[in-house]
Write a protein that binds this ligand. Structure first.
Ligand code: FES
Length: 73
């Protein structure tokens, strides 16, 4: 789905930017140029970034052999 019509950025491209190392909306914006023209797509772009970062964080926590808040005594 196109998120940014001005620049032609899709939600997939935003997700790929995060999978390739971007850790924030600012970094995704810099990498993809999303929301760099009229800016009307900024809210949706931020939502896709937030969702993807949350999914990534949850999948990494699920991969841990013990809870993330675990501390050895
Ligand atoms: S729709 Fe993204 S900058 Fe205009």
């Amino acid at each position: 789905m196109y998120v940014c019509l001005c620049v032609g950025v899709t939600d997939g491209q935003i997700r790929d930017a995060i999978y390739e190392g971007c850790c924030s909306y600012k970094e995704v914006r810099s990498a993809t140029q999303v929301a760099s023209q009229c800016g009307k797509c900024a809210c949706l772009a931020k939502e896709v970034v937030r969702e993807t970062l949350t999914e990534l964080q949850l999948s990494r926590q699920a991969a841990l052999p013990y809870p993330a808040e675990f501390t050895a005594a």
